[in-house]
Ligand binder design. Structure first.
Ligand SMILES: [Zn+2]
Length: 314
């Protein structure tokens, strides 16, 4: 019997359930493998407007035969359920909490209680965390992933190399679901990014299903035969460009584009068309994601790009 978060699942079976902190049910599937092995947590939509991970999680939960599984798989199909229902871009609507920045949470807010639920009820049973993201509603991105740069880097990077994602970015996040699990608690994991702009294209969902399958294969939980993947770049430093004032943003680059040092990344104007500021690349690199919508708000993300000087081809 595999027991997690008050759910008991007989070996060789799977169970659909609602899980989460009191009063905040999240749809999940718990798969208890017939054989011994590692336990992986797969989460989708901690950011509520990032959709492709959810159908991939649902399809994966349906497809997997627990009799073939070595270990256990916990799939939370949608974490930020209230944000999804309310149509928020990313955050938990009850308190504005960002589940990629609010760990270890607290008892007084919904986002804080979600964080504490994962810390207390889920993480103690888990050997690996796979967290599925996408570009936000006004964000375009090229497939990339973030691997923990403080703890458990080696095991996380080993699994990252087995996935079909070209850009592997080192992350020092300690306050998100995956970042806290890895960089604070020492549970290896990866934060994956595919698709964006509030869309949910079939090819992104299918690619995510394959990422999950490749991850399960790399962890020895469920073998998969099609393991051919793309060449990769390991990125140890990226630039996260933010807006210096409110304005209207006109990007001059696209996701996946290589930029040279000093190249214009975009500019802002006021509502009368007068220029405010032009943003330049501080060095050469690849645009990982950028704000494709019109709005620039002081302190908010405009673009993220890797730095060639800190990038290694593998
Ligand atoms: Zn996200």
């Amino acid at each position: 019997m595999f027991v997690i978060a008050s759910q008991s699942v007989r070996k060789g079976t799977k169970k659909q359930c609602m899980t989460g902190p009191d009063g905040y049910p999240m749809p999940a599937t718990v798969i208890a493998g017939a054989q011994e092995g590692k336990t992986v947590l797969v989460t989708a939509q901690i950011h509520s407007g990032e959709y492709p991970g959810t159908p991939a999680a649902v399809n994966t939960a349906k497809r997997i035969d627990p009799l073939q599984v070595h270990g256990n798989i916990i799939i939370v199909h949608c974490v930020n359920v209230s944000g999804f229902c309310a149509g928020t871009d990313a955050y938990v609507p009850e308190d504005g909490g960002n589940l990629n920045a609010c760990y270890p949470g607290d008892k007084d807010t919904v986002s804080g209680r979600i964080a504490q639920f994962f810390i207390n009820e889920i993480f103690p049973h888990v050997d690996f965390v796979l967290d599925l993201h996408s570009g936000g509603m006004t964000e375009s991105l090229t497939p990339c992933l973030f691997w923990p740069g403080i703890k458990v880097s080696e095991e996380s990077l080993r699994v990252a190399k087995a996935l079909d994602i070209p850009y592997l970015v080192q992350s020092f996040n300690r306050k998100g679901e995956c970042g806290y699990a890895a960089n604070v608690l020492g549970i290896p994991g990866l934060l994956l990014e595919r698709g964006g702009s509030g869309l949910c294209r079939k090819e992104w969902v299918e690619a995510y299903e394959r990422d999950i399958a490749l991850c399960l294969n790399a962890l020895g939980i469920l073998p998969c035969t099609d393991t051919e993947v793309c060449d990769k770049k390991v990125i140890r430093k990226a630039v996260y460009l933010t807006a210096e004032e409110d304005g209207i943003w006109f990007p001059a680059v696209r996701e996946g584009q290589h930029v040279e040092k000093g190249q214009v990344l975009g500019h802002t104007e006021d509502f009368f068309g007068d220029p405010l500021r032009t943003y330049h690349a501080e060095d050469s690199g690849i645009i990982l994601y950028y704000t494709s919508g019109l709005r620039a708000k002081k302190g908010s993300s405009l673009a993220a790009y890797s730095l060639d000087a800190y990038t290694e081809d593998i």
